[in-house]
Design a protein around this ligand. Sequence first.
Ligand SMILES: [Zn+2]
Length: 81
Amino acid sequence: MSAVTHYRCEICGTESSNPIHWFMIECNSDALKVLRWDTATASAPGARHYCGEAHASVYISRWLEAACTPARPDFNRPSAE
Ligand SMILES: [Zn+2]
């Protein structure tokens, strides 16, 4: 088989079979990690693909907003009661 894998940007929907300047992001509710493009990693289940820095940044901004919503009162509460 000679199937070509096409990767799709999560933000704009651009597809590429040779996304050498793309980035990947791994994240959960506690951490977010930006990865340089690696075909093996990109093919892993749950990998998120972005066509460049601009669209990776869009996702990071959304993640940051979500991580702070709702605000966590424990961080703002005085330690002494
Ligand atoms: Zn994009």
